[in-house]
Design a protein around this ligand. Structure first.
Ligand SMILES: Cc1cc2nc3c(=O)[nH]c(=O)nc-3n(C[C@H](O)[C@H](O)[C@H](O)COP(=O)(O)OP(=O)(O)OC[C@H]3O[C@@H](n4cnc5c(N)ncnc54)[C@H](O)[C@@H]3O)c2cc1C
Length: 430
């Protein structure tokens, strides 16, 4: 092990189904949050072949955390010599943070052969539309390189969403590959800085929407390839399907982050209950069971936390369940920002989603979607929470706040982590 705790010279780790040891040859900073790592087989033989868009499985021995297994897309076309992966630093993510902060040239990593079905069809008969968000552009970059290497020139649109210049990875590379392929690029910056210029740094400020995509791409004939966070896929995959894009033409890859901690596949939510059904329910409540009485009983309970915040994110309701789970009394919590229960590394991401929901009037998550996030208690403990949210709107339909129903699932989360560790140890090469 070297100073960072990473392996640099331990021999004999190459056992296992196709698992080979690779040497980290080079790091390349692609943006403030994404770094690429070039990996060369230590035995001098070519790496196992891959198809552009596939991912490898990497095993990292992290001091204090043991052997960790993660998937990373190979962000280059096959070159017969090396793999490149491009990794986003996840706040407090075990492997991504270790790769960013501790892995250096010479670090050894065990890698299982590439796999995955997120690859291009061999024919160029149909136009291609690549749609990515954040680090989800890695398979698209490999596919662009693959098309260029094979001399293929399909009709192609490359649409990518990222926050701003600081987070925008591979921009120059994508532009030059797209120019060589005669492809069109459209970059959305959701939080473009004041110094950024439309037409130069990005093409469109704000978020890509389903309406824009349906209007600007050949919906009736294109093969769509999408990769991005769960909320992104939940927005665009059903929208394209509803617009008539058949499942054979709709390809997507999910990287997962917080949500995939429980290994749940992305789900399409159940349709919302029609307004008529809600009205009918109301009429069934009789004396003693009015909505107000039932609502109060739920709100006064210490079972689950109910936290209601206004459009600015300040707490306006804090029930006994919230007191029990987070440790703040009602007096301490009211009027405070939701930041009091959000661990620092998650705040930026939280507020981005919050503001977006207030502005759009729509949550990216469907009814019944269970979200899993870390939370923070009054005494600084980190807990794991599952929660659902309901939007509160005024008569004009404008979002005035949000009600979150939260449950502390720390014991289950820890148990799941321990079980995963055991399974990983059993699956690890001898
Ligand atoms: C097919 C495939 C391809 C992929 N390709 C790429 C790629 O090209 N580039 C890339 O960057 N990623 C890619 N990923 C994602 C990658 O595999 C990892 O999931 C990612 O790097 C995060 O791993 P981590 O160890 O850093 O985070 P983890 O430690 O696994 O944590 C994941 C998230 O959960 C949060 N978390 C930690 N503790 C808690 C808690 N107690 N309660 C709730 N939340 C918690 C962490 O803060 C973090 O944000 C891919 C995934 C798949 C499945």
């Amino acid at each position: 092990m070297n100073e960072s705790g990473a392996r640099t010279d331990e021999p004999g780790r190459e056992a296992g189904e196709g698992v080979r040891t690779f040497v980290l040859e080079r790091r390349i900073r692609e943006s403030d949050v994404i770094t690429s790592f070039v990996l060369r087989p230590r035995d001098g033989r070519p790496p196992a072949p891959h198809r552009a868009g596939q991912h490898l499985t990497l095993f990292a021995d992290i001091p204090g955390r043991g052997r960790q297994k993660r998937n990373y897309t190979i962000s280059t076309a096959p070159n017969g010599e090396t793999y490149r992966i491009s990794v986003k630093r996840e706040p407090e993510g075990t492997v991504s943070t270790w790769l960013h902060d501790a892995a250096g040239e010479g670090t050894l990593l065990d890698i299982a052969p590439p796999s995955g079905g997120f690859v291009l069809a061999p024919s160029d008969a149909r136009p291609l539309v690549f749609v990515s968000a954040g680090v989800g552009l890695t398979p698209m970059v490999a596919m662009l390189e693959g098309l260029a290497a094979e001399g293929r020139t399909p009709r192609l649109q490359f649409i990518h969403c990222t926050q701003n210049n600081a987070t925008h990875a591979f921009r120059a590379h994508v532009r030059s590959l797209a120019a060589a392929l005669g492809a069109e690029t459209t970059f959305f910056h959701t939080r473009a800085g004041e110094d950024e210029r439309a037409g130069h740094d990005y093409d469109s400020a704000g978020h890509l929407t389903p309406d824009w995509l349906l209007e600007h791409s050949p919906v009736a004939e294109a093969e769509y390839y999408l990769c991005g966070p769960l909320g992104f896929l939940r927005t665009f995959v059903p929208a394209l399907a509803r617009a008539g894009v058949s499942s054979e033409r709709l390809h997507y890859e999910f990287f997962g982050a917080v949500e995939d901690l429980f290994d749940e596949p992305p789900q399409v939510s159940a349709p919302p209950v029609p307004a008529a059904a809600v009205a009918a329910r109301r009429s069934r409540t009789g004396p003693g069971f009015t909505r107000a009485i039932i609502g109060d009983a739920l709100l006064d309970s210490a079972a689950d936390a109910v936290v209601v915040s206004d459009a600015a994110g300040d707490i306006v309701l804090w029930n006994p369940g919230a007191e029990r789970i987070f440790g703040f009394t009602e007096d301490e919590a009211l009027g405070q920002s939701l930041d009091i229960i959000i661990p620092e590394p998650f705040r930026a991401r939280h507020w981005e989603g919050y503001r977006e929901t207030v502005a759009s009037g729509e949550s990216r998550y469907g009814a019944g979607d269970m979200l899993a996030v870390p939370g923070l208690t009054r005494d600084g403990r980190r807990i794991s929470l599952e929660f659902t949210i309901a939007l509160i709107k005024d008569e004009a339909g404008k979002v005035t706040g949000m009600a979150a129903l939260l449950r502390d699932i720390t014991p289950r989360f820890e148990e799941m982590k321990a079980l995963k560790k055991k399974v990983a140890a059993l699956q690890a090469p001898a």
